[in-house]
Design a protein around this ligand. Structure first.
Ligand SMILES: Nc1ncnc2c1ncn2[C@@H]1O[C@H](COP(=O)(O)OP(=O)(O)OP(=O)(O)O)[C@@H](O)[C@H]1O
Length: 241
């Protein structure tokens, strides 16, 4: 579970990127975080993961406060950032072992996990090559594999499907569903509204740092008394601001 209470963040004391945000993401759900460019999604994700500090408010992950107990909070989640260009000089396997070392994954479990993840993402051959030689999609996959290697309870994914081919995208969506169905938490941001409509149990729509709507797609249609698609409702909500 991820809980944000009254979270506010400005840059340079001017732009309010996130304004008094309250959000609860529960175990057992896939939660989509939607909003136009510059809405405040990445800033929110950076605060949840402890990369950026809120000016105000509190954030807990499975009950651990990211400011007060950062190590305990960070053990709870795996984070896929929006850019996969990390550790380019390492080979895929070296990166996976590095991530497994960081999270104290025992030797036996790590081998099994690496084999299973490499098979699922079609990366069994590529993990012997340097990440530098990978395509954007392959870099995205190795970052996802590195994050999943410690089997975190909470997944936080910033635009995770960008650059993935249809098979890998299908695999990741399937894994997100399995993770949520096991009672764990999946929080991800996306611009692809069709994906959100099909995949998410609940969504939040954010614009100019404020949540405009939070709930199921059905709640949204009821609230706006409309049978419009998520895409049309999203455009109406964010354009009327
Ligand atoms: N490091 C920064 N310094 C100054 N302003 C920033 C910084 N990062 C973000 N902002 C501003 O904060 C606001 C929110 O940006 P953020 O990156 O969180 O949006 P986003 O919803 O993730 O956008 P996108 O969908 O385009 O990735 C924007 O007005 C942006 O210009």
């Amino acid at each position: 579970m991820i809980e944000l209470t009254n979270v506010t963040k400005s840059y340079n004391g001017k732009v309010k990127a996130v304004d008094n945000l309250d959000l609860i993401v529960r175990g057992g759900e896939i939660f989509g975080f939607l909003g136009p460019n510059g809405a405040g999604k990445t800033t929110t994700i950076k605060m949840i993961t402890g990369i950026a500090k809120p000016d105000k408010g509190s954030i807990t992950i499975n009950g651990h406060d990211i400011s007060q107990s950062p190590i305990e909070a960070k053990k709870q989640f795996g984070y896929v950032p929006d850019s996969p260009d990390l550790f380019l000089r390492l080979k895929g396997l070296e990166y996976l072992n590095f991530m497994a070392d960081m999270y104290d994954v025992p030797k036996e479990a790590r081998k099994e996990r690496i084999d299973a993840l490499a098979r699922r993402f079609d990366m069994s051959q590529a993990i012997s090559d340097p990440i530098q030689s990978y395509s954007h999609g392959m870099r995205q996959k190795i970052v996802i594999m590195g994050v999943l290697i410690h089997d975190p309870a909470v997944w936080i994914l910033d635009e995770p499907l960008t650059g993935l081919d249809p098979k890998s995208s299908y695999t990741l969506k399937e894994m997100m569903r399995e993770h949520a169905d096991a009672g764990k938490t999946v929080f991800f941001s996306t611009h692809v509204l069709e994906v959100a409509e099909k995949l998410c149990d609940r969504v939040a729509i954010i614009n100019k740092g404020e949540v405009l709507f939070c709930g199921t797609f059905k709640d949204m249609q009821e609230r706006f008394q409309s049978d419009l698609s998520l895409e049309r409702l999203f455009l109406e909500l964010t354009e009327n601001e």
